[in-house]
Ligand binder design. Structure first.
Ligand code: FES
Ligand code: FES
Length: 157
């Protein structure tokens, strides 16, 4: 074991995880490379695009600028944790499909994790407030309109 390796114990999508990680490793790399959670997208890697958004103890974080060792003792959720045991989509995933809120899909997991936090807080937000909450998530394809429609739909139903 190299001297730069450190044990991280955390919960990921409801499962207890123990991994030795490099102390310089991002949570993004731990989730993708060690745990195979490829919904967590690697975009800018400097905390600007939101493609790597995950939920840690109920709040969203850019996992590219969150060190893997900081995850020790935390509860982490990714898009993979939203689907049912037989791959059933969650309400918010269905809303994205119904509203045509996906084009290339690269930004979609990050937007959905941001929306999940809003849903769980029971926020009833108007379109401007939804856009403000999602300001850290960038999309190159959709023009945002349909994404906001999808989030508005699940928040206000
Ligand atoms: S990849 Fe993390 S914010 Fe862009
Ligand atoms: S759907 Fe392509 S970046 Fe958002």
């Amino acid at each position: 074991m190299g001297k730069n390796m450190q044990l991280v114990r955390c919960i990921v999508n409801g499962r207890e995880i123990e991994e030795y990680v490099d102390v310089r490793e991002s949570l993004l790399d731990m989730l993708r490379n060690r745990l195979g959670l490829t919904s967590v997208k690697k975009g800018c890697e400097v905390g600007e695009c939101g493609a790597c958004t995950v939920i840690i103890d109920g709040e969203t974080y850019d996992s590219c600028i969150y060190m893997a060792v900081w995850a020790n003792g935390k509860n982490i959720r990714t898009l993979e944790g939203l689907t049912g045991p037989n791959g059933e989509l969650s309400k918010i995933q269905e809303a994205f499909m119904e509203e045509g809120a996906i084009q290339c899909g690269f930004c979609t997991p990050g937007f959905i994790m941001s929306a999940v936090v809003l849903m769980e807080k029971g926020e009833k937000l108007n379109r401007d407030a939804i856009k403000a909450h999602m300001a850290g998530n960038l999309c190159r394809c959709t023009g945002y309109h349909n994404i906001v429609n999808a989030v508005e739909k699940v928040l206000n139903e």
